[in-house]
Design a protein around this ligand. Structure first.
Ligand SMILES: *Cc1c(COP(=O)(O)O)cnc(C)c1O
Length: 379
């Protein structure tokens, strides 16, 4: 399969994986030759490294990011900490997986609108959305930017809400506000966090993979059991569980790639700074960039009222783009039950966002060229 070459590709996984190819090949071969293909030492080693990286006591590998989220909610239900029909605060502009995990567990998503400049849940709007049934906030660190502040913490404490992080897009991001235990890294800010290692994420596997991190020993134990048919010891099932285990080949590859993640994240921060300084066009809005920059820039997302024109123009100039996401969850056909909700910010963002190249496929020189091209755009 050959991918048509363009000058400034949005993303090319082959290029992304070139730097770590040898380490990944060695890791995969080690598993293939070991004769051990489910669970085992490779998983334990990656879980240990991920927990250390995140600063949590536990990490549990899972089959993918959606399953990581689903297992968190299911485990809280089995532990009696959540109950069916409880409400969960969810940002209205998130990826569908965040919402699928909530409804799959028999819980009710309550959509709260984001701030337009950061794309992240507006903590000031949570209080108004609460009812007696609200038991958790699913905070999504969208596009790599931490979504966590004092107001969210205070609100969670006052109303006894769990904070669950959807950290699928933000591994290694650093919050401005620390958690109660004094940690700043996403994945350690709330009660539990879900990671995705989908190949396009900043730390990507070569297939599907995910993980949960937490400091809660009971939760980690329940998730590990649930992911393995609900088994606590061999042929003994305490839950009606699932098969959501992390593949050891992916665990070995991820462990080999983890030491390179900081470079990837820092490169993306450097590109974001270039775009921040150089993109200057009255028809295009830049995302807010904090200094110091704690985001890992999974996406660099512009807003424009002329999206189709801008995308066509950039395609003609050989700049790849993408749209995350063209339709908010509450407007998807599968969620016709939510279609009458009035969430104008999510709707407007879905119509106006466009992502431009920001990964190790893009050099700093490329980013300056891309900014220049964008500045010449006129609708
Ligand atoms: C990628 C992603 C997920 C799902 O992860 P998978 O590994 O693809 O299942 C969940 N939430 C967000 C915000 C994501 O970006």
């Amino acid at each position: 399969m050959s991918i048509p070459k363009i000058k400034y590709p949005f993303l090319n996984l082959k290029t992304i994986n070139e730097k770590t190819l040898q380490a990944a090949e060695e890791a995969a071969c080690r598993v293939i030759r070991s004769g051990w293909y489910i669970g085992g030492e490779e998983n334990e080693a990656f879980e240990t490294d991920l927990a250390a990286f995140t600063g949590t006591r536990y990490a549990v590998g899972t089959s993918n990011g959606l399953d990581a989220l689903r297992l968190i909610f299911k485990a809280y239900l089995y532990l009696g900490i959540l109950n069916p029909d409880d409400e969960v605060i969810v940002p209205s502009n998130t990826y569908i997986a965040s919402v699928l995990a909530v409804t799959d567990a028999g819980l009710k998503p309550v959509f709260v609108e984001p701030e337009e400049g950061t794309f992240n849940l507006d903590s000031g709007k949570i209080e108004n959305a609460l009812t007696q049934k609200t038991k958790a906030i699913l905070t999504v660190h969208l596009y790599g930017r931490p979504c966590f502040d004092q107001e969210m913490k205070d609100c969670a404490k006052k109303h006894n809400l769990l904070i669950i992080e959807d950290n699928a897009q933000a591994i290694g991001a650093v919050s401005k506000t620390p958690s109660d235990s004094g940690s700043f890294v996403t994945g350690s800010l709330g009660d539990a966090a879900a990671f995705s290692f989908y190949p396009t994420k900043n730390l990507g596997a070569m297939g599907d993979a995910g993980a949960v991190t937490t400091d809660d020993a009971d939760l980690a134990k329940a998730i590990r059991a649930l992911a393995n048919y609900g088994t606590d010891r061999r042929y003994h099932n305490i839950y009606q569980g699932y098969n959501c285990r992390l593949d050891p080949i992916q665990a070995a590859i991820l462990r080999a790639k983890l030491p390179f993640l900081a470079d990837e994240n820092n490169h993306r921060r450097a590109l974001a700074e270039i775009y921040d300084i150089h993109v200057d066009n009255p028809f295009v809005k830049r995302p807010l960039r904090d200094i110091p920059d704690g985001s890992i820039w999974h996406q660099y997302v512009l807003r424009t009222d002329y999206r189709e024109e801008l995308r066509q123009y950039l395609t003609d100039k050989q700049v790849g783009t993408d749209v995350l996401y063209p339709t908010p969850p509450h407007m998807q056909p599968c969620y016709s039950c939510f279609k009458d909700l009035d969430l104008p910010i999510a709707k407007k963002l879905a119509q106006s966002v466009v992502s431009i190249p920001i990964s190790s496929c893009t050099t700093e020189h490329d980013a300056r060229q891309i900014a220049r091209i964008i500045n010449d755009f006129r609708p």
